[in-house]
Design a protein around this ligand. Sequence first.
Ligand SMILES: *[C@@H]1O[C@H](CO)[C@@H](O)[C@H](O)[C@H]1NC(C)=O
Ligand SMILES: *[C@@H]1O[C@H](CO)[C@@H](O)[C@H](O)[C@H]1NC(C)=O
Ligand SMILES: *[C@@H]1O[C@H](CO)[C@@H](O)[C@H](O)[C@H]1NC(C)=O
Ligand SMILES: *[C@@H]1O[C@H](CO)[C@@H](O)[C@H](O)[C@H]1NC(C)=O
Length: 415
Amino acid sequence: MAVTESHHRHYQAKQVPLFPLLSLICFVSIFLALSVFHKTSVSPRPHQSFQFIDGVRSGRSKAADGRSCDYSDGNWFHDPNLRISNYDHTCKEIFKGWNCFAANKSNALEITNWHWKPKQCDLPHFDPVSFLEKFRNTNIGFVGDSLNRNMFVSLFCSLKRVHGEVKKWRPAGADRGFSFLEYNLTIAYHRTNILARYGWWSANADGGKLESLGYKGGYRVDVDIPESSWIEAPNFHDILVFNTGHWWWAPSKFDPVKSPMLFFEKGLPVIPPVPPDVGFDMVLKHMISYVEQRMPPGKIKFFRTQSPRHFEGGDWYQGGSCQRQQPISPQQAEDLFSLTNNGTNVEVRLVNEHLFKALNGTSFHILNITPMSELRADAHPASAGGKKHDDCMHWCLPGLTDTWNDLFIQHLYKH
Ligand SMILES: *[C@@H]1O[C@H](CO)[C@@H](O)[C@H](O)[C@H]1NC(C)=O
Ligand SMILES: *[C@@H]1O[C@H](CO)[C@@H](O)[C@H](O)[C@H]1NC(C)=O
Ligand SMILES: *[C@@H]1O[C@H](CO)[C@@H](O)[C@H](O)[C@H]1NC(C)=O
Ligand SMILES: *[C@@H]1O[C@H](CO)[C@@H](O)[C@H](O)[C@H]1NC(C)=O
């Protein structure tokens, strides 16, 4: 285990808010010191903090010459003649704030000229037609926050481009879903912020353990009960892709004082109350075991690692923004994301520590999109997101999540 950074897991009250009311974001430049980065030559320095995946199903697989290939370890290469996307901005499912071309973001097309090249092998761009053929009679669910929706939309647009005949519906409690009729392939997005069920809790006049500790209100989080939006998903789908992370570091909703997370297990409050990072571990443990118990062994479960934000010059509510036109270098990524530096976007690697620990020894495959995504400071909507703040959290479409799907589908072909 070669984690190069120290662990500091205690809950940090003020940091990284994120979804302020589901909106986001912004920017400026604390990192003026970072030098201008050269376009095509991302230097091949490894992300040391991601070498701790031995013993976990990290999605390693054999390269052509039989060596093991880590798809997450690679570089971005620029090719002006390449358009990696299978679709364009006319796909109607693209949420307006993510449609960077329609919103005139200056580098909207350029974003898709970058190709991810793992060091030991290649990651091909998936072919939608052969994907539809191979996955006839299959149901695929994305379960998680808006970043998983971003990935779901990318997959939908790729498939819709080659096969127009779809039925729109909401299978198994999904927020949205589509069946590609000729192939009987269904893909769906199940919206859930923290996987577990939660809702507002107020102190009861009769009193109870939380009341006696002085709690007046907060969010009750049932660590052992899945949110209803996806509770049926393991029964319906053959393949599931989970994520959660941003909301656990979002004091704009879960304010540690005004609206703390109050964890319940087996219907009773966890006493003494635990901070969100401990509750996060409890939720992961229960949700993973819920899925493993309900999905037969032949079905395939993925957990996607955390998607990084790229706020520079402050967080979303402090005028932070993400105005880079090109990917950053591995060194710049270290500066932005290392736990030691404890910067604005530090949550990405914190979340991953929790995920890797919880997933170790389970039947989940890990879809490690973090290292490739940390370099893509150029690929967020920024001011094209149409909010008061820059959106440095979601991704332009077409864009980076197309490559996440290349990785996802590459893993599927191997299993
Ligand atoms: C983008 O530019 C086009 C052409 O200049 C213009 O018609 C359109 O209104 C712009 N869109 C936005 C969201 O600013
Ligand atoms: C469509 O796929 C589902 C499984 O995903 C299967 O249960 C159903 O029988 C299939 N329908 C047809 C007509 O093949
Ligand atoms: C990280 O930074 C935040 C403020 O941005 C601070 O509240 C917190 O204590 C810091 N954590 C560590 C471990 O230094
Ligand atoms: C996974 O678990 C094994 C033993 O169960 C342990 O040796 C290994 O260090 C763990 N890996 C991580 C990433 O926690």
